[in-house]
Each structure stands twice: as C-alpha cells, then as structure tokens.
Design a binder for this molecule. Structure first.
Ligand SMILES: N[C@@H](CCC(=O)N[C@@H](CS)C(=O)NCC(=O)O)C(=O)O
Length: 204
C-alpha cells in the first residue's frame, strides 16, 4: 500500500464507502476509526463540529465531506489510469453527482426518522423526500448510457456514487431500485470491482 490517512466513519455509510473505494483504487492505506463505538464517536466530535462522516485527516489537515476528501485524494495520488474526477466542463456528470447526493440525503433522513419511530407517511415533508428520490432516480435512469454516466466510459465518481447509493438502498431496504433497469445495469456492471467487493456493507 502507498501513503496512509485516517478516516472517521462506519462500514455501513455509503458516503464513507466512496472514500474507502477511492483509497483502494489509488492504492492508499486508510485507517478507519469506527465512529459506531463510543470512543470513535468522541474522536470524531473532537475533529468535526458537524459530527458527520466521513471526515479524514490527511497530511495533518482534517477534511469534512466525502466529495472534498475524494477530490484531495485523487488530486494528490490519481493518474490517467485510476479513478477519475469529472472533467472541468462536464456539467452532466456534475449534475449527476448532485442528483445522487440529493437522493441519498433525502432517503438517509427518512431512514433516521423512521428509526426514531416517525412514519414517513405522516409527514408531508418526508413524503416529499421520498417523492424527490423517485423523481430523481427516474431522471438518472434516462441520463445513463449502457451503465456509464461518463462519456469516456472510465470508472469515475458518478458511477461510484451510483453503485454505493444503490448498495445502501438494498442493504437498508430503502428504495425499489429494480424499478430502474438502466441504473441496475450500471450497478451490475461495476458492483463486482475488487474495491467494491472489499467495501460491501456487512450482512447482519
Ligand atoms: N455531504 C456529506 C454527507 C455525509 C452524511 O450525511 N453522513 C451521514 C452518514 S451516511 C452522517 O454522518 N450522519 C450522521 C448525522 O446526521 O448525525 C458527505 O458527502 O460527506
């Protein structure tokens, strides 16, 4: 393995998984601090005032947010053969990344509130989250081409975001993703990469 960094996270978070996949794709060693434990949670809160994961310590700096962490890792360690950042002018891929994060954020909110005993059907705002997820997944389904978002058909951040999101949806049984055949094709095309296999959420 190459350079190493410290990653605060859990093995079930789809956002943390993106960073773990990128680390593997780049041959970097990441030391995972499990914030599901009391000690890990205290360590996270000492470095990240948002108390969210992922957070990373890279080269003496703490970085919040998966997109910023991934950007830092690829900028520092990527090459033409490794996982790619979107091209500067690639509005399509950037919109896809925003759309996938919007779906995930909406469904994660519904998930946490359901765990607290709140039935999503009783809240118009939570129903909107679910409807937003469905509308966006339908849009993504028409945007993808034969399992690829990137025109150059290189495995990049959009494919990674989709596969980790679908993996989380299935793991948490949160969304009927089988309704979107084109997105399932993307999932099936990329889900057996070694970096994906090594970071699958644990079967409980
Ligand atoms: N935009 C953030 C989203 C991170 C996020 O929502 N993480 C969730 C876990 S998947 C979290 O830490 N939730 C804890 C909380 O909201 O208290 C990123 O890309 O890193």
């Amino acid at each position: 393995m190459g350079a190493s960094f410290r990653l605060y996270g859990t093995v079930t978070s789809p956002y943390v998984r993106r960073v773990r996949v990128v680390a593997l794709e780049l041959g970097l060693d990441c030391d995972l601090i499990d914030v599901a434990t009391e000690h890990g949670q205290a360590q996270l809160r000492a470095v990240n005032p948002l108390w969210k994961v992922p957070a990373a310590e890279i080269g003496g700096e703490v970085i919040f947010d998966s997109r910023v962490i991934v950007d830092r890792l690829i900028t520092g360690h990527g090459s033409d053969d490794t996982i790619a950042m979107p091209e500067q002018g690639d509005t399509k891929v950037r919109n896809v990344l925003t759309a996938i994060d919007g779906v995930l954020d909406a469904l994660i909110n519904v998930f946490y509130l359901s765990k607290d005993g709140i039935d999503p059907q009783t809240s118009s705002y939570l129903r909107k989250h679910n409807d937003r997820a469905r509308a966006t997944m339908a849009w993504l389904d028409t945007t993808i081409d034969d399992g690829w978002f990137a025109a150059n058909r290189r495995f990049g951040l959009a494919e990674l975001a989709l596969v980790t999101t679908v993996g989380w949806m299935r793991f948490r049984d949160r969304y009927p993703v089988e309704d979107h055949a084109a997105l399932m094709r993307c999932f099936e095309r990329h889900d057996d990469r070694p970096s994906m296999l090594a970071t699958r959420p644990p079967v409980s």
